[in-house]
Ligand binder design. Structure first.
Ligand SMILES: [Zn+2]
Ligand SMILES: [Zn+2]
Length: 127
C-alpha cells in the first residue's frame, strides 16, 4: 500500500512541477517577445550586441523584481544577457531579503535559481 501511495504522490508532484514550468515558460515567452520588439537587442549591463541568433542569450529582467508587473510600455523590463542577468540577481539577493519582498514568483526570475525548490519543499513538508 505504501508503495502505491508514494508513487501516486510522486506522479502528482511531477505533474504540478511540469504545469508550473509550462506556465512560467508561456509567461516568459509573452513578455520576452514584447520586450525584444521594444528594445534594441543589446545587453543593458555589458552593452554587448545580441542581434540575430545570439538573441537567445538575452533575457528579460524585471526592474522591480516583480514578474507580475508587466506594463505594456516595458518600463519594468530590461534586456540583460544571461550572464549579466545572473549577476544582477546574485548581487540583489541580500537587498531583497531586507526589503522583505522575497516571494516565490520573484525568485523564479533568475536562471540559476530553481523556481520549484520552494514548491518541492512545501510538498515534502506535507508528507
Ligand atoms: Zn551582459
Ligand atoms: Zn531579473
Amino acid at each position: 500500500m505504501t508503495n502505491i501511495k508514494n508513487r501516486l504522490s510522486e506522479d502528482k508532484r511531477n505533474q504540478i512541477v511540469s504545469e508550473m514550468r509550462q506556465e512560467e515558460q508561456q509567461r516568459q515567452a509573452g513578455y520576452r517577445e514584447k520586450a525584444l520588439k521594444l528594445f534594441p537587442h543589446v545587453c543593458g549591463r555589458c552593452g554587448r550586441d545580441f542581434e540575430g541568433k545570439k538573441v537567445r542569450e538575452l533575457t528579460v529582467h524585471h526592474r522591480d523584481h516583480n514578474h507580475d508587473n508587466n506594463p505594456q510600455d516595458g518600463n519594468n523590463w530590461e534586456l540583460l544577457c544571461i550572464y549579466c542577468h545572473d549577476h544582477e540577481h546574485t548581487r540583489g539577493v541580500q537587498e531583497d531579503r531586507i526589503e522583505g519582498s522575497g516571494d516565490a514568483s520573484e525568485q523564479a526570475d533568475s536562471l540559476s535559481y530553481s523556481p520549484f525548490a520552494a514548491l518541492a519543499k512545501k510538498i515534502s513538508q506535507k508528507q
